[in-house]
Design a protein around this ligand. Structure first.
Ligand SMILES: Cc1cc2nc3c(=O)[nH]c(=O)nc-3n(C[C@H](O)[C@H](O)[C@H](O)COP(=O)(O)OP(=O)(O)OC[C@H]3O[C@@H](n4cnc5c(N)ncnc54)[C@H](O)[C@@H]3O)c2cc1C
Length: 346
């Protein structure tokens, strides 16, 4: 169990319920990891999901799936790195096939100052010259004079890993109910609310931060890892997917509507073109957007009120943080361990 200096043991209202059944609401990445770790720890867990198994209504469906605690330190609090680095261990342990082959940050000469700033604000990278960059990603030969390589970072494909999380949960003895919006009476034992942006009825300070993406397809370019392009407005990236597909992401807009604007599409496609002009010939497969659930400080919270626990505010780090948050919740329920940086007790 993960314990930091901000972690302490205490008696909790649910600490005596180490054998309690558990009801998790929401099968996005937050709820799926909660359900999996509780089921593996021997609890009888039911995971309730309102939508069908395609999960297209969840934010998780739209995510990039980057597991990048060092890159994210550019714009995030140290808490994100702490939980993120712990999560990487859990991804490795539970999903050993997860690619941990690093991520790359590149910039064009005009964005050189921002590139240096990114390098200064982050750790865990080494600088690559053009030759080393080409060795790592041959398709990028001649495109950039240098790059930053974050060797220990990983990435998952959300649309593949979510069903896999659900299957692992079922294999661990859990019960997964799709098309199920449970009433209070249907919920048994400890209740863990992981409804993401849909939990605003209980967590009024939650807001949605829109992220737009475009999926493209080409066999002209091969990439093995996410490539971030330094950009004056947003951290734009290209992530390789199976089947010669690439995800271009992502904007970050304080808005809660759906869809992709012309301006965002131009910027995302422009970023791909800037990474490699051959992307101009790629086929556009899909446009889409998701709402990142965020509290005002953009930090995650585990809010505890007797046997009800709400895990939310994963913002732009859901895949990065979900395993560590699940481990913390489990530690609280089983042993009353409280992490003061993340947990709020009513
Ligand atoms: C474009 C984009 C790119 C991103 N890239 C990354 C990235 O690279 N790395 C990273 O770590 N994070 C990334 N994120 C952030 C990540 O996607 C979110 O933090 C994460 O998906 C939030 O997960 P969640 O489980 O809290 O919410 P959700 O995935 O939205 O899951 C909540 C679930 O609860 C269900 N639900 C709601 N109400 C009920 C109910 N009453 N009963 C039953 N079920 C209910 C919903 O149907 C939904 O499936 C990205 C986000 C976006 C939008």
């Amino acid at each position: 169990m993960f314990q930091s200096s901000d972690t302490q043991r205490g008696r909790s209202p649910v600490a005596s319920r180490a054998e309690s059944p558990v009801s998790v609401i929401g099968a996005g990445v937050a709820g799926a990891w909660q359900a999996l770790l509780f089921a593996k720890a021997g609890h009888a867990v039911t995971l309730h999901e309102r939508s069908d198994k395609t999960m297209t209504q969840s934010t998780s469906y739209w995510a990039g799936g980057m597991l990048a605690p060092w890159c994210e330190a550019e714009t995030s609090e140290p808490l994100i790195s702490r939980l993120g680095i712990r999560s990487l261990k859990l991804w490795r342990e539970h999903f050993p096939q997860t690619p941990f082959n690093g991520s790359l940050v590149v910039a064009h000469p005009r964005d050189r100052a921002d590139f240096e700033r990114f390098a200064r604000l982050t750790t865990g990278h080494k600088r690559l010259d053009a030759g080393a960059l080409n060795e790592l990603e041959p398709s990028l030969e001649g495109r950039f004079r240098e790059g930053l390589f974050y060797a220990d970072e990983g990435h998952v494909e959300p649309r593949r890993v979510l069903p896999e999380l659900h299957a692992r949960f079922a294999a661990a003895g859990g019960t997964l109910k799709f098309n199920n919006d449970p009433a209070e009476d249907d919920l048994d034992g400890v209740v863990i609310d992981c409804r993401g942006i849909f939990a605003r009825d209980r967590q009024a300070s939650l807001r949605g931060v829109k992220g737009e993406i475009i999926l493209i397809e080409t066999d002209e370019i091969k990439l093995s890892r996410p490539v971030r392009l330094i950009h004056p407005r947003w951290p734009l990236y290209v992530i390789p997917r199976g089947g010669n597909r690439f995800m271009l992401g992502a904007t970050s807009i304080e808005a809660e509507d759906n869809g992709v604007s012309v301006r965002s599409a131009l910027e995302l496609l422009g970023a791909a073109y800037a990474v490699h002009p051959a992307f101009a010939e790629a086929r556009i497969v899909e446009f889409g957007s998701g709402l990142r659930p965020a509290f005002p400080d953009n930090l995650p919270r585990i809010a505890i009120d007797k046997h009800k626990i709400a895990v939310n505010g994963l913002y732009r780090h859901g895949f990065l943080l979900a395993p560590a948050l699940a481990e913390l919740t489990l530690g609280y329920v089983q042993r009353g361990v409280i992490d003061n940086e993340v947990m709020q007790c009513a």
